[in-house]
Unconditional design. Structure first.
Length: 439
């Protein structure tokens, strides 16, 4: 409905623009001097933005890019005409307003969905130029937002420009010290924990100073100026105390993530366990703890952590493909899976660190345990597919289920489906290689 109504409005506005201009108004000054023309331009740009949002929602990304570009042209020309400082107009000029900056971010997001990663990164580079300070350091653009910085860093990572991605994520963390995704990406890119902690400390300090300045500004002009200054000083002391308290979980999270990506599993396990004690029943912390326990071979603890996540949020999908892999390992371990040599050929099977119970050579008990794990794996697949079928995790789980039933053809088909949904999903590629090796 929104798209159809917007197209009707756009058609009407285009018809109005085709009407001849008043003879007394030069065309070059029409936008800058005519109030109705300004309102029409803003309305048309808003309409194009709405149409772009509708196309983006419908996953018609190329259409969305064209609509956003139409809106950007109108907004850019409007500010070019209205600004007395601009002497020459160039398509390579940076963004002129926060509205244009938002439109550019939307355009690049839609463009990246079409696979044009380098083009999207180039547009952001051109539209958000980074000025150099007197000391030679690079500063962030005035119109850069946390969203634009995170998107720019993500595009740089996809195009293997690690150093440029680090710069963008550092700017994002400086703008908002609680941008946890920036912390994670900096850890992936190999930044030291001390450098990340310095960024967090500096950003929180700047945030506190801005808050204190706003308090003082609000108090300014009151009749009781002295009382206002005292209140500002008290707020300054309170801000320091609150910052020290707020920094504790962020610091622990930085240490946990950086040690995890340096493969220091024991240290990361300690930090995530501390976070889990501070914030119990947090699904994201629990899922990270389960992954680490699984890598360390703590099968019982890992399984319990996964079950706690499912008990807290039955619709949780992220990372549940690793839980499916754990259940698959348990099933294969109960079948005495290891490298077997039969008739001169090596048949590759899976192994794991251990099962949930003592090994028993009885075939009946082994089959009963195997069937129980297989049913649990099947139920997990059904739940994940009901919750979200546009992510790769449910399809990886389904691939593992059919692999446990030794149906390699279906297993390959479902893991290919997972890769088609997210080509950056590393575990899906690992599983595909394992299936090909086992077959």
């Amino acid at each position: 409905s929104c798209e159809k109504l917007s197209l009707l409005e756009l058609s009407q506005m285009k018809l109005k623009l085709r009407q001849p201009l008043p003879k007394t108004t030069p065309r070059k000054n029409y936008l800058g001097s005519n109030t109705n023309a300004i309102e029409d331009t803003i309305a048309m740009a808003t309409t194009y933005e709405l149409l772009g949002d509708c196309a983006n929602r419908a996953e018609r990304f190329l259409c969305a890019v064209e609509y956003y570009r139409q809106a950007v042209t109108l907004v850019h020309d409007y500010h070019y005409t209205r600004s007395p400082r601009r002497t020459t107009r160039s398509a390579d000029d940076g963004v002129t307003s926060s509205w244009e900056a938002t439109l550019r971010v939307k355009e690049c997001q839609a463009l990246s969905q079409t696979g044009s990663i380098i083009e999207a990164a180039s547009i952001l580079e051109r539209c958000f130029p980074r000025p150099r300070l007197r000391d030679g350091q690079i500063a962030t653009n005035d119109f850069s937002t946390l969203q634009s910085l995170m998107l720019h860093g993500h595009l740089y990572m996809l195009s293997n420009r690690a150093s440029d991605a680090i710069v963008q994520y550092r700017f994002a963390l400086a703008k908002n010290p609680y941008a946890i995704e920036a912390v994670e990406q900096l850890a992936v890119l190999g930044c030291a924990d001390t450098a990340i902690l310095e960024l967090v400390d500096e950003a929180v300090t700047n945030f506190a100073q801005e808050r204190i300045a706003s308090v003082k500004k609000s108090k300014k002009g009151n009749d009781t100026m002295q009382t206002g200054n005292d209140d500002a000083d008290e707020n300054h002391d309170d801000a320091k105390d609150n910052n020290n308290e707020l920094l504790i979980p962020v610091r622990d999270y930085v240490l946990a993530v950086t040690s995890l990506h340096r493969n220091q599993l024991h240290a990361s396990h300690q930090h995530f366990s501390k976070l889990n004690n501070l914030f119990p029943d947090h699904p994201y912390i629990l899922i990270q703890l389960a992954h680490i326990q699984q890598e360390l071979g703590q099968i019982l603890g890992s399984e319990q952590s996964y079950k706690r996540v499912r008990a807290i949020d039955p619709t949780w999908v992220e990372g549940m493909d690793k839980y499916a892999h754990l259940l698959f390992q348990l099933r294969m371990s109960r079948k005495n899976a290891f490298l077997l040599q039969q008739g001169g050929f090596l048949q590759y099977q899976y192994s794991c660190h251990g099962g949930r119970e003592n090994s028993n050579n009885s075939m009946d008990k082994n089959n009963m345990g195997t069937c129980g794990v297989e049913l649990e794996l099947g139920q997990l697949c059904a739940d994940l597919l009901d919750a979200e079928d546009k992510r790769p995790e449910p399809w990886v789980c389904l691939s593992l289920y059919h692999l446990a039933r030794e149906d390699h053809e279906k297993s390959i088909a479902f893991v290919d489906k997972a890769i088609s949904l997210d080509q950056q999903h590393a575990f899906a590629h690992y599983l595909r290689g394992s299936i090909l090796l086992s077959s």
